[in-house]
Ligand binder design. Structure first.
Ligand code: FPP
Ligand code: MG
Length: 321
């Protein structure tokens, strides 16, 4: 997703969570495990933190930090493997390991992070977390495989939603279980799955914003024939269109499909926050994170439309009238 601006309080919390995870990472590396840099945006650890009871959100405890690190490591492993599958040259604004050192190196480094992640997950001492984590990794891979086997097909909304729920939702689901275990109060797994799916939808929408500056190349999903929801919103029904025609469909109309798609994401975020308020004692931090993601999506789309000369209104209020 395009660089999104965290507000100050989220930035401060990210620093606290990162530093606690770095502490656990240092210990794990000293024990000979394969540990990635604790870089990236740490979205899954941050969501786990936001799902904790607010009274526990002062300093991450060692169980939280180990669980969060395990989830982040599985995510890093999945990206290394994903870049092999997608022939991707750039991620987070840098050349991928696949490009620099080849697929074999990227494969085995990903394997190492993943196998070490299970050891770190075990360090939580929670069989509930370890079970949920193992299942989440299994679901991540299953989702990726389903995506691979449906390449080149036009998917129903349900089929697409089910793929991203596994591929991208599952590790956020593990973050919800971590919060349950550490907070000793139930957080629905479903909440994590919906949060992760929302994130993937934003990623998939911004893949069709080709004019804005992003930290990875756009249009990869179209080129690899991966069906994602913006195509459905734009009324695309097969893969025979040229890239320029697809982009034109996404950008045209009194309300361009890109903008309608952002609206659906904002509605999903609002529904997640409303439902989360029944199970969390304090939903503010989660609301702040989702708001930040949705603002990145809206800003990306608005900038894209401005650059291609869209002259209509981009505000939801004007569109409704
Ligand atoms: C990014 O999707 C990729 C994922 C969310 C999961 C990828 C999973 C695998 C490659 C299976 C192996 C998994 C493990 C845990 C080792 P994307 O390609 O839509 O996003 P991108 O634009 O960031 O590449
Ligand atoms: Mg990819």
């Amino acid at each position: 997703v395009t660089a999104f601006i965290l507000d100050r309080s989220l930035e401060r919390v990210t620093r606290v969570v990162r530093s606690a995870m770095q502490g656990v990472a240092g210990d794990a590396a000293d024990r000979g495990l394969g540990i990635p840099d604790v870089s990236g945006k740490l979205l899954r650890p941050m969501v786990a933190w936001a799902l904790l009871p607010s009274a526990l959100r002062s300093r991450p405890d060692p169980i939280f930090s180990a669980g969060a690190l395990a989830i982040q490591m599985a995510h890093e492993a999945s990206l290394l493997h994903d870049d092999i599958l997608d022939d991707a040259d750039r991620r987070r604004g840098e050349p991928t390991l696949r490009t620099c050192e080849g697929a074999g190196a990227a494969l085995v480094v990903g394997d190492r992070y993943l196998t070490s992640a299970y050891v770190v997950a075990g360090d939580t001492g929670s069989s509930e977390f370890v079970g949920a984590f193992a299942r989440a990794v299994e679901r991540t891979v299953a989702g990726e495989m389903r995506q691979g086997s449906t390449r080149g097909q036009v998917l129903s909304e349900d089929a697409y939603a089910s793929i991203i729920r596994d591929k991208s939702g599952a590790l956020f689901g593990a973050a919800a279980v971590l919060a349950s275990v550490v907070g000793a109060s139930p957080v629905p797994l479903e909440l994590g799955l919906r949060i992760g799916s929302l994130y993937q939808r934003i990623d998939d929408l911004l893949d069709y914003c080709v004019e804005i500056e992003q930290d990875k190349p756009p249009l990869q999903d179209w080129r690899q024939r991966k069906w994602t929801f913006p195509l459905g919103v734009a009324g695309v029904t097969d893969w025979t269109l040229d890239e320029s025609d697809v982009l034109a469909r996404l950008r045209s109309g009194p309300v361009p499909a890109l903008l309608s798609a952002v609206g659906t994401l904002e509605a999903r975020a609002a529904a997640i926050v409303a439902d989360a308020s029944h199970s969390l004692d304090d939903v503010e931090m989660l609301a702040g994170i989702l708001d930040c993601w949705c603002r990145a999506a809206r800003q990306g789309v608005e900038e894209e439309l401005t650059r291609v000369g869209f002259s209509g209104s981009t505000t939801p209020m004007d569109q409704a009238s």
